[in-house]
Design a protein around this ligand. Structure first.
Ligand SMILES: Cc1ncc(COP(=O)(O)O)c(C=O)c1O
Ligand SMILES: N[C@@H](COC(=O)CCC(=O)O)C(=O)O
Length: 355
């Protein structure tokens, strides 16, 4: 029997009802079909429809749940993982959290290598989810001690284990080609002019961009890059050169072209300063009611820039990657923001959210 419920809200312009007529099959069934939400004030301000997939509504709480599910499915299909096996991954945290949730649901063990500069909240959550977490020193990809190479070696040393390799396994991009892209197309009824995403592995941008360009080659695909990443200069000038500084954002920014990003149909890149990403994170909280992390602030700040470039009347889609709870100790700390020179970009009335 299908359980149907109808929840109605009184809005300033009338009543809006939500219907929930589909039962999701366990945690795995809670990946994808996230709400597409209009960012109201910013849309009114720019004259564009600024829309965002609320990816924190996935079962594991972030955009990376889609990739995590496809990476496990890929390992199962390739018979790399038998019942009771171990999933090993190198991650900034969110992919690991997605994998750890799914490992619990599917009966696998989970071992996570992550750079030790990522938020304590993500480490704590991984431990709570039963994963073995190994924070390792932050070194570049070409160093054999990089967290990804350590994950790969550890998986190889075990029986019945797989390194899911989110950066170069294109099952990640496929997740967004088969789910996020089609959802955006259907939910906007094909009326989407541009998409813009910050990039970690490149899976979201490449998957969504490839799907939408196949549907309509006129859809513009923008890469939004944080400080200290090479992708802005790569798209603009063909050079793998980092932009200045480092970033408070986590989970995005890259030092190389991953297999997931390779061949992605990207029209242009935007370099987004931390001051803009952080200001938008707090605007989203105080003006729109969304408690999100800094990569979401960066995505939405980039969407506002795309609106300026394209002019009023366009529909621009991005995503709300995860919640602010995952970064509470740093991103909402007055002293940390002050130390990083990021306090002044937060409008004074919004500083009440700081601890
Ligand atoms: C918080 C956050 N935002 C954005 C992204 C970017 O997604 P992708 O890996 O698909 O480029 C990630 C992970 O990569 C993330 O953890
Ligand atoms: N968001 C992903 C991937 O993280 C990154 O890409 C961060 C940048 C890097 O490590 O190169 C995750 O949650 O693992």
């Amino acid at each position: 029997m299908l359980f149907r419920s109808r929840i109605c809200f009184q809005l300033t312009n009338g009543t809006r009802c939500l219907s929930n007529d589909a039962i999701r099959q366990g945690l795995i069934g809670m990946v994808g079909r996230t709400p597409l939400v209009r960012i109201n004030k910013l849309s009114d301000e720019t004259g564009c429809e600024i829309l965002a997939k609320a990816e924190f509504c996935n079962g594991g709480g972030s955009v990376k749940d889609r990739a995590a599910l496809y990476l496990i499915k890929d390992a199962q299909e390739k018979r790399l993982l038998r019942p009771g096996g171990t999933v090993v991954e190198g991650t900034a945290g969110n992919t690991g959290i997605g994998l750890a949730h799914m490992c619990l649901a599917l009966g696998y063990k989970c071992v996570i290598y992550m750079p030790e500069n990522q938020s304590q909240e993500k480490i704590d959550m991984l431990t709570t989810l039963g994963a073995i977490v190994r924070p390792v020193p932050v070194v570049a990809w070409d160093n054999p001690e990089n967290y990804n190479h350590q994950a790969s070696r550890f998986a190889e040393s075990l029986d019945n284990a797989v390194w899911t390799n989110q950066f170069d396994n294109t099952a990640n991009r496929k997740a967004h080609m088969e789910t996020t892209g089609p959802e955006i197309w259907e939910e906007t009824r094909g009326k989407v002019n541009a998409v813009v995403f910050g990039t970690g592995t490149g899976g979201t941008l490449a998957g969504v961009g490839t799907f939408l360009k196949e549907k309509n080659p006129k859809v513009q695909v923008f890469l939004a890059d944080p400080q200290g990443s090479v992708l802005y200069n790569y798209i603009k000038h063909g050079k793998l050169e980092r932009t200045e500084g480092s970033s408070i954002t986590e989970g995005i920014g890259q030092g190389r072209v991953t297999k997931n990003l390779e061949g992605a149909p990207i029209d242009d890149a935007l370099a987004i300063k931390d001051t803009d990403a952080v200001e938008m994170t707090f605007r989203l909280l105080h003006e729109e009611g969304f408690f999100v992390g800094a990569s979401t602030g960066l995505n939405v700040a980039a969407a506002a820039q795309v609106a300026k470039i394209m002019g009023p009347g366009h529909t621009i889609v991005t995503c709300l990657c995860d919640t602010g709870q995952r970064y509470y100790a740093k991103l909402f700390s007055k002293s940390v923001l002050e130390e990083m020179g990021l306090l002044d970009c937060i409008p004074i009335p919004y500083r009440t959210s700081l601890h």
